[in-house]
Structures are given as structure tokens and as C-alpha cells.
Design a protein around this ligand. Structure first.
Ligand SMILES: Cc1cc2nc3c(=O)[nH]c(=O)nc-3n(C[C@H](O)[C@H](O)[C@H](O)COP(=O)(O)OP(=O)(O)OC[C@H]3O[C@@H](n4cnc5c(N)ncnc54)[C@H](O)[C@@H]3O)c2cc1C
Length: 556
């Protein structure tokens, strides 16, 4: 068993919850050209609005009944049950824009009554049983990076709610190099997982933008998708087995790579968002560590042509491990943020080449030999030849790779400047992709446009499949300080209603990789039907008869 050297690092710092940037990490300062661009495009009048001091946030007294506290202490030891202000405040929510607004003093975070940090799967099982016996809500908390309210400490009608932080379940339990399997405890954060696997010459290859802080258990609980999903697969494709603590006892699944022994129950547990049980161990499929990689940037002319080119790559099965197509709006932002004379030259070169609506395509390949990389890159580029992409070379690809985790830090800086900035994502089949993009864009723009405030909505394809693709939207608009939460909530509702199809059948899925949480639960019936919701509810009743697990999440 390998212990993660990052044990508890960062995640117990309550201040981290008020943004992405960890204490002591270098802040991303927006360059002046970015502020000027925001002013001209969105109407932003630059007025600094940094986060309010933590001490000003209202934190109610813990309502945890004494008998439940004693039982939790007996389960995990007194040191690992905290009713302290900082610990509770630090786990009051995830990292959506609305969560961050609440942490910044606009609205009240839902503060749990206690935080429990068990040491191993057996202690997790005991905590789950104590919560069930005492009828106390329990929220599993991995990295706390949920952007859909997945870790909001809702009581759900219970007298109290505790957060079960998995930070101490931070070990690589075993590696089976023959079968290429690794068993991780659920609280291992992604960088630590990769470090521990690298010692065996292996990798998971799961790199979402939340990589730095999200956990193995969180990935499995939300059906996460990494930026290199075209090459390594989505997280549910990687899960081979699970160990889960439920109020009805422990449930273990996964004995073979494929099985015809009825429906695949692993897939019922993967994506269950803490509502069916607490994952304590996850067995994942791992791959040989790549020794060579190449990332490149290209420009295609226009969204429709770009999307058609990515479809071609997907259907010929020659996608890069990373394949990411930005629409003209996102490409414009990327060029503006890069700035400098080189970008000016690129813009001029593209005009000379007659490119009217530049769409940036980032392709990345990872391989275990130069030959393999050359073969796969060659196949991708051959399939692209017909659309005559303009190559920006490896520098553009590497620049994306280096900046791939900068987004959340830039969000902190934008929020400090009085900007409402949030993302949302969906997916659909290729034949509906254009309509879905237009519907979501229109919904966001119409609901956020006001005199003096012009929203900027950018979009990219982040994951492509033979039959369709995901769309990821970023919205930036000056914040409405009189009702900042309502401003975004109305826009998000409009976008979700557009995705759910306004009663005409869904245009796409309500979530490609962020999960359901609280925010998407009202839109689930449109996607899976009332019968689907009933099936989920009956599974929950079987595993969690008292309804203590993650109240208010997943099920509408
Ligand atoms: C800036 C940013 C970028 C992001 N980028 C991506 C991306 O590229 N791809 C992507 O897929 N997602 C992304 N996300 C969303 C988020 O990171 C994922 O949902 C991630 O899988 C959550 O992992 P976590 O460990 O932080 O889980 P948490 O946020 O702690 O929990 C998420 C949900 O899973 C439940 N849960 C957590 N651990 C367990 C467990 N052990 N057992 C049972 N239930 C559990 C929680 O109760 C909650 O409902 C992003 C989020 C942010 C803030």
C-alpha cells in the first residue's frame, strides 16, 4: 500500500474554498489588455470587488445532537470529528460561481454541523451506519470541486448534516501490472494518483481541468471526463470495480473485465453522486506511462466546418488523445489573452489566408514510442487534409497544455474585478450539435443582456465520439451586484431549459461530465423519464432506506 505524500495537503485550508487559487500559490493577474478587452466587449467598468474576509461569513452553531457526536467519535476517534467553524465552513459547498459568490459574502453557504474524517473503508462504513441510526444527513466530500451543488451541505429534512471528508483515504492499495489494474482509496487526489502510478511506469491518463484537486472517488461518483478522454476514455470506462459503504452494509462490485451476468451494476454505482453510498475504494484500468507527447494548434475557418472536421476524425477513429475545437468567440478570447506581437502576426496571417472566422483546434497525442506517435499523428492529419487547416505548430499546442489549469485561477481574478463568470456543458449527437449550440448561446445571451451589460458566450467541443460530441460554454458578463446569484441562476435555468428541449424532447444531455447534483436535478426527468427517476429512487430506497445519503442530490 503506497501512502500519498500530499496527505491532507491544501484541502483543510478553509480559505481555499473561496476560490481555486490555493494559499501561497501564485495568483493569475489579468493582463491590462484583458481588462481593456472586457470593458469594450462586455461593458465592464473596472471596479475591484475582492472577496470579503472569511470572518464576516455567518456560521450557525452546530446542531449535531450530542448522542450522534459521541457515536461518530466512537467510530473514528474524537480528533477526527470537528464541529469547528473553519472546518465546517471549509466544506460548505463546491466551486460553482454561485458557491464562490456565497463564500464571498453574497448569500449564505449551507454550513454542515460537523466534519468527519475517517481513516479507512471500515471507519467509513461505521460513520455511514451511525448517520443512518441517528437519522443524520451525510455528504461525501472528495476534492469538493463539484460545480453543480454536489457537496452542498443540505439537511434534507434531517436534524443535522455531517460532511464525510475522504481526505485520509489517500492510499494506492495495490497494483496488478499483469492485468493493468490499480486499486485506489477514494480520497486520493489526481496528481498523487499519477505520481504513485508513475513509480510503476503506469498512468491513469485522466486529466480534467479540476485535476489538481479532484479525487478518484469524486471522478467515479460523477462520471467525470478528462481532457484526453478521446485517448484514455471517460472515467466510467476506467472503473473496473468499486467498494462502497451503504447503510445496508458494504457492497463490492467488479470481478472481470466484461460480464453478461445481468445489467452492469458498476455503472449504477458510477455516477451515483454519494446518494447510494460512499465509495471507499475504486479499481481502475491503467495504461503504460507515455514517453512521448506532441500537442499542436490549427485554425479552421468557421464553426460548422470545424465541427464537421472533428466528426470526420471521430468517425474515422483518428482523434488525437486531446481533441478540442473552440468556436470563433473562444478563439478570439484565446488570441486576446495570448496578446503580443506573435498573436498579431497570426491574426494578420489568417486574414491573408482568407480565414474569416478562425476556430482554434488543439490536438494532442501521447504514446510510448516515437513511431507510434508519428503513426497516429499522421493518421489524424491525413484525415484533416481536405479542410486545409492552418497550422500554428507545436507552440500553440504547448501553450494550451501549459495553461490548461489556469482557467479556475483566472475565474478568481475575474470575480475580483466584478465579473460574473461561469461554465456549463452538455452533449448531443452530431446531427443536433449546431442546433444545441445555437439554442444554449441564445438562451444565455437573451437572459443576460441588459443595458450596459453585454454577455460574451464562448464554446468549444471538449470531447468527441463517433456519434456526437460535448459542448462546453463559458459565459462572461459584468456582475449585477444587486442580485448576483439571481442573475446567473436565471441564465443557467434558461440554458438548461433549452437543453431539455422546452417540452419538445431533449436537444442534449443535461450534463456530459459535471453530473446532476442539485442544479441539474429538476431537468433529469426530461432526460430519463419519470420511470427512470422512479428506478433511481427505488435503488436509493433499497440502499439508503432512511434517505440520509447526500440529501437533495441526483434525484429531483
Ligand atoms: C474549475 C473546475 C474545472 C472542472 N473541470 C472538469 C473537467 O474537466 N471534467 C470533469 O469531469 N469535471 C470537471 N469539473 C467538475 C468536478 O471536478 C468533477 O465533478 C469531479 O469529478 C469531482 O471530484 P471531487 O473529488 O472534487 O468530488 P466532490 O466535488 O467532492 O464530489 C462530487 C460529487 O461526488 C460525491 N462524492 C465525492 N466523493 C465520493 C465518494 N468517495 N463516494 C461517493 N460519493 C462521492 C459528492 O458527494 C458529490 O456529489 C470541474 C470543476 C471545477 C471547479
Amino acid at each position: 500500500m503506497t501512502q500519498n505524500s500530499d496527505h491532507l495537503d491544501g484541502r483543510l485550508d478553509p480559505l481555499v474554498r473561496r476560490g481555486w487559487t490555493p494559499a501561497g500559490a501564485e495568483d493569475v493577474i489579468l493582463p491590462p489588455r484583458a481588462t481593456r478587452w472586457l470593458a469594450s466587449r462586455t461593458g465592464l467598468d473596472d471596479r475591484p470587488t475582492p472577496a470579503a474576509p472569511d470572518s464576516t461569513l455567518a456560521v450557525p452553531e452546530s446542531a449535531l445532537p450530542e448522542a450522534a457526536r459521541e457515536a461518530l467519535c466512537a467510530a473514528v476517534g474524537e480528533r477526527h470529528v470537528s464541529t469547528g467553524r473553519a472546518e465546517r465552513l471549509g466544506r460548505a459547498g463546491g466551486l460553482s460561481y454561485v458557491d464562490l459568490l456565497r463564500y464571498r459574502g453574497a448569500g449564505a453557504p449551507a454550513v454542515p454541523d460537523a466534519v468527519v474524517t475517517p481513516a479507512d473503508p471500515e471507519e467509513v462504513q461505521r460513520v455511514v451506519e451511525v448517520c443512518a441510526e441517528h437519522d443524520i444527513g451525510l455528504v461525501p466530500f472528495g476534492g469538493g470541486t463539484s460545480v453543480v451543488g454536489g457537496v452542498t451541505a443540505l439537511r434534507g429534512g434531517k436534524a443535522a448534516v455531517v460532511v464525510l471528508d475522504l481526505a485520509r483515504l489517500d492510499r494506492l492499495v495495490s497494483v496488478d501490472p499483469v492485468s493493468r489494474l490499480a486499486v485506489f482509496q477514494a480520497g486520493v487526489v489526481a496528481p498523487a494518483a499519477e505520481r504513485m502510478l508513475a513509480e510503476h511506469g503506469l498512468t491513469l491518463g485522466h486529466v480534467p481541468q479540476s485535476f489538481e484537486r479532484a479525487t478518484i472517488g469524486g471522478f467515479a461518483a460523477t462520471r467525470s471526463s478528462g481532457q484526453a478522454s478521446a485517448g484514455y476514455g471517460r472515467f466510467e470506462d476506467m472503473v473496473e470495480g468499486v467498494r462502497m459503504a451503504t447503510p445496508r452494509g458494504e457492497w463490492r462490485l467488479g470481478v472481470a473485465p466484461a460480464s453478461a451476468a445481468g445489467p452492469d451494476l458498476r455503472q449504477l454505482v458510477v455516477g451515483s453522486e454519494g446518494a447510494f453510498g460512499v465509495l471507499t475504494e475504486v479499481t481502475v484500468r491503467v495504461r503504460e506511462l507515455p514517453t512521448v507527447r506532441r500537442y499542436e494548434g490549427f485554425v479552421l475557418d468557421g464553426w460548422d466546418e470545424g465541427a464537421a472536421a472533428v466528426r470526420e476524425l471521430a468517425q474515422r477513429r483518428v482523434l488525437g488523445d486531446v481533441t478540442r475545437l473552440s468556436d470563433p468567440h473562444e478563439t478570439d478570447v484565446a488570441f486576446t489573452m495570448s496578446g503580443g506581437w506573435k498573436t498579431a502576426l497570426v491574426r494578420r496571417y489568417l486574414r491573408l489566408r482568407g480565414v474569416l472566422e478562425p476556430c482554434l483546434l488543439v490536438l494532442g497525442w501521447e504514446a510510448t514510442s516515437a513511431e507510434e506517435l508519428a503513426r497516429r499523428r499522421g493518421a489524424t492529419l491525413a484525415a484533416l487534409r481536405e479542410v486545409r487547416p492552418v497550422s500554428l505548430g507545436a507552440a500553440a499546442g504547448e501553450s494550451w497544455r501549459h495553461g490548461r489549469f489556469a482557467g479556475p485561477r483566472q475565474r478568481d481574478a475575474l470575480m475580483d474585478k466584478g465579473i460574473c463568470v461561469e461554465t456549463l456543458e452538455t452533449a448531443t449527437y452530431w446531427s443536433k450539435l449546431g442546433a444545441l449550440r445555437t439554442a444554449v448561446r441564445t438562451a444565455l445571451i437573451e437572459s443576460l443582456s441588459e443595458p450596459g451589460r453585454t454577455p460574451m458566450v464562448a464554446c468549444h467541443i471538449s470531447h468527441a465520439y463517433e456519434t456526437g460530441a460535448s459542448l462546453y460554454f463559458t459565459t462572461i458578463v459584468p456582475r449585477a451586484d444587486d442580485d448576483p446569484e439571481g442573475q446567473w441562476q436565471r441564465a443557467k435555468d434558461a440554458a438548461c431549459t433549452a437543453i431539455a428541449g422546452n417540452g419538445d424532447g431533449p436537444l442534449g444531455t443535461i450534463s456530459h461530465h459535471h453530473a446532476v447534483g442539485v442544479d441539474h436535478a429538476p431537468y433529469l426527468p426530461a432526460e430519463i423519464g419519470d420511470l427512470g427517476v422512479e428506478v433511481l429512487a427505488s435503488v436509493k430506497r433499497t440502499l439508503d432506506p432512511g434517505g440520509v445519503l447526500n440529501p437533495g442530490k441526483l434525484l429531483p
